[in-house]
Design a protein around this ligand. Structure first.
Ligand SMILES: [Zn+2]
Ligand SMILES: [Zn+2]
Length: 394
């Protein structure tokens, strides 16, 4: 008696029933075929971009979250499967956030034992004398992500130096990168657009708050990996990860970019990868442009970290914290200067006395930034209201 035809067979092996629809392509797959395509795409990304050389010592930036947990698992698996010859270590940063990082670090410690990869944890408290809990007590919940971003980047580099690694891999996924592309386009920030679309970087920084640099290579093997697929992979592999968001203020601007991206993805699943490719194409076309070149780099006179200024961003922020002037060093100096110039220009124009920007004429940079921020957010919300229905109708 012939077998009954399989209902809803896997699009690849046709031998088993499909149990999921792949977010990136819409293919219906069985679990094993999904694992295979997921892992193979990451392997192809690594090989096509020549991310590693045999013998490299590679630190995996590990937070205990889904992205870095899947990254650690897949790096170990591919290193064994394809004999990359990499010496893998886990590197975690303890920002000192009670109820968040302490719990997620317990997850990383379990991953260390599960995957048998050595782990180094370094803390803000040890490196800078301040934990994020201390900093938030001092400055409140506003701007604390600026401190955290600058400190984390330098902490990863310092940890990598302690571990004597050549290369740091991070779990940034395609959604993260597409969001960053959108944000940099909206801000007209071409140098950062270039950096965020590069799969591998050295001597550059992709955070939004400083120009510190490092000689250690950094790469993003999940550049083309969809967040939804990372979650699916972790779920079906039953990986042990920590899934709480940071308890301190979320990045509102990125939040808007994220919502926008998810709306686009709902209409067309390739939107995420399309935006990354757009970012790459734009980057390539501005590459030769003189005005997008980064400043020349030297080293911080205080700590020796690579910096375009006399003091690196972390030392500047620390100076503000230690002097009780935490606003020091927050924001781009050029932006503040432009704002002051704009404020002076308005003041000098008698025809516009009631402009909301008139309040920017106070010399207090922080207050001016707050006002300007509110205004920009408001305008963006209005624009969003106007554009969203149109986009959904496409
Ligand atoms: Zn299959
Ligand atoms: Zn420094």
């Amino acid at each position: 008696m012939p077998d009954k035809p399989l209902r809803n067979p896997c699009n690849l092996c046709h031998a088993v029933r499909a149990i999921l629809k792949r977010p990136k392509t819409g293919q219906q797959l069985c679990k094993e075929c999904f694992f295979h395509v997921f892992e193979t795409e990451i392997h192809n990304t690594i090989v096509d971009n020549k991310l590693f050389r045999s013998g490299d010592r590679v630190a995996i930036g590990a937070s205990g979250g889904k992205d870095s947990t899947v990254l650690a698992y897949v790096m170990k698996l591919l290193n064994d499967r394809y004999s990359y010859g990499l010496d893998l270590v886990l590197l975690s940063i303890d920002e000192g956030i009670t109820g968040y990082r302490d719990d997620s670090l317990e997850t990383v410690k379990r991953n260390r034992d599960q995957y048998r990869i050595p782990l180094l944890i370094i803390s803000y408290k040890d490196l800078y004398g301040w934990s994020m809990d201390d900093i938030v007590k001092e400055i409140g919940r506003k701007n604390n992500c600026t401190f955290c971003g600058v400190f984390r980047r330098q902490a990863l580099d310092r940890g990598a130096i302690m571990l004597n690694v050549d290369h740091i891999v991070t779990g940034h996924n395609a959604d993260d990168i597409a969001e960053t592309v959108l944000m940099n386009i909206l801000r007209g920030d071409l140098p950062r657009l270039q950096r965020c679309t590069s799969i591998i970087t050295n001597d550059t920084s992709d955070d939004s708050s400083g120009l510190e640099t490092s000689k250690i290579l950094r790469s993003k093997p999940f550049k083309y990996t969809y967040e939804k697929e990372i979650v699916m992979y972790a779920y079906f592999k039953k990986l042990d990860y920590f899934s709480t968001e940071c308890i301190y203020s979320p990045n509102a601007y990125r939040g808007h970019a994220r919502v926008f991206l998810k709306d686009l993805e709902a209409i067309r699943r390739t939107s995420i990868v399309d935006i990354i490719h757009s970012g790459e194409a734009l980057s390539a076309s501005v590459q030769a442009n003189e005005s997008t070149k980064l400043p020349t780099m030297s080293t911080c006179t205080r700590c020796g970290y690579i910096s375009s200024n006399e003091l690196c961003k972390a030392c500047l922020l620390l100076e503000g914290l230690n002097k009780g002037l935490p606003q020091l060093g927050i924001g781009h100096s050029s932006k503040i200067r432009r704002m002051h110039e704009a404020a002076h220009a308005l003041q000098a124009t008698p025809s516009s006395p009631a402009s909301p920007l008139a309040s920017l004429s106070t010399a207090d940079g922080a207050a001016a930034r707050d006002e300007r921020g509110k205004l920009v957010t408001h305008i963006r919300d209005l624009n969003r209201l106007e554009t969203m229905p149109t986009l959904q109708a496409v």
